[in-house]
Design a protein around this ligand. Structure first.
Ligand code: ZN
Length: 396
């Protein structure tokens, strides 16, 4: 019988599998975007496999309707409106106490440091919107990471694997799909309160099947990265479609990689800078950047977020000071009674900053306060060209 303290997860089990590299899996870091039905299944399986480090991202809270297909949630979590990511992380570590699961309650695009993407071995998308997939794809391409996409509806589900140089989500979008996404992201100076995402009915069975396939593909990526030959055939550049009503599974060749796609730009080289962290003020960060890069002029370009000091509406003609990152604006409006009432009948215009230099009037705010998350990578324009600089000080 295994000693209560001295056993190694998977010993005598996974060690029987000739292809399974226990150390590789134990040392792997997997980023899971989304902690809904698929995210629950995916994290559960990663924990069972003993993946040593998992980061799970979701901004949402648990509702009663989630309980039907989310193995890690309990009734009490819905009653207390707990955050999905936090509950998933806690329960996964109950399943396997030998792993570390970090929760990030926030938006995968604007509130997860790019350093986390850079450090992940593979990314798994458990998302329910095209916009989120479009954003995740951009980040993974920037970081040069493979990502495994899953989607479910009713009794069907789809798994796709996107890898830089082979297959890109953005390249595979039809014009209509692309325009739909641009409608959600475009019109930078006008506030659009999030339209309720079209909810689709899903079942626990399709979530189990597709979530399991995603983890299986992610494990292949983890093993392939060791550089040794593997016995696997991966879904990279293909699409697997499972249809439960008639019980069919088909694999299609579904790779799209166009030469002029803006998503393919890789952010490299990244300079790791231990002196920088998200808790520094903007002014201090600019000083450090000038010293580190040996430049005179420096400007931080906020690519995934903006800082909004006020919003204005025409009817009635009013201005409201908000002082928050754009990623928090919808939440701010919906939790402020007056703004929420106004948002039903008028459009707000945002006054924002997307570049931070010494002319930025709120230099005493921290990077995080203006919308730059810990361990992010700054895109910095200087008199000596452009640099990518990581807030590596957030690692310690
Ligand atoms: Zn592309």
């Amino acid at each position: 019988m295994a000693d209560e303290r001295k056993y190694e997860w998977g010993e005598g089990v996974y060690t029987l599998l000739s292809w399974f590299k226990q150390d590789r899996v134990k040392n792997a870091h997997v980023l899971v975007a989304g902690a809904g039905a698929l995210g629950n299944e995916v994290v559960k399986n990663l924990a069972l496999f003993g993946v040593g480090h998992i980061t799970v991202v979701d901004f949402d809270r648990i509702e009663v309707s989630n309980l039907t297909r989310s193995v890690l949630f309990r009734e009490q979590d819905a009653f207390s409106h707990a955050y999905k990511a936090q509950v998933v992380a806690e329960r996964a570590m109950e399943i396997n106490p030998q792993i570390r699961v970090d929760a990030i309650v926030g938006n995968l695009f604007s509130e997860v440091g790019f350093g986390i993407y850079r450090r992940a071995d593979v990314v798994i998308g458990c998302l329910d919107s095209r916009l989120a997939r479009y954003q995740l794809n951009r980040l993974c391409m920037r970081a040069g990471k493979t990502w495994v996409d899953g989607s479910i509806e009713n009794l069907t589900g789809v798994v796709r694997v996107y890898a830089p140089g082979v297959n890109c989500y953005e390249c595979g979008l039809s014009r209509e799909e692309f325009n739909h996404i641009m409608l959600r992201t475009g019109c930078a100076d006008v506030v659009r309160t999030q339209s309720s995402a079209g909810r689709v009915a899903t079942t626990p069975v399709s979530a189990s099947i597709i979530g399991a396939m995603q983890v299986q593909e992610a494990l292949k990526v983890i093993h392939q990265e060791s550089g040794e030959p593997t016995p696997f055939k991966s879904l990279t550049g293909k699409m697997l479609r499972y249809e439960g009503m008639n019980c069919t599974t088909k694999v299609y060749n579904f790779a799209s990689w166009k030469s002029n796609c803006p998503a393919h730009r890789r952010w490299e080289p990244v300079r790791e800078c231990p002196r920088l962290k998200a808790s520094l003020t903007v002014t201090r960060a600019l000083d450090v950047l000038r010293q580190e890069l040996g430049v005179k002029a420096v400007e931080i370009n906020m690519c995934n977020n903006k800082f909004i000091d006020f919003i204005a509406c025409d009817n009635p003609e009013r201005e409201f000071r908000v002082m928050i990152p754009e990623s928090r604006l919808d939440h701010h409006i919906s939790s402020d009674r007056e703004l929420r009432q106004l948002s039903y009948r008028t459009l707000f215009h945002k006054h924002f900053y997307e570049n931070l230099d010494y002319d930025f009037p709120y230099g005493d705010l921290t990077l995080q306060q203006v919308g730059i998350p810990p361990l992010d990578v700054l895109q910095v324009t200087t008199d000596r060209g452009q640099f990518f600089v990581e807030l590596t000080g957030d690692l310690t």
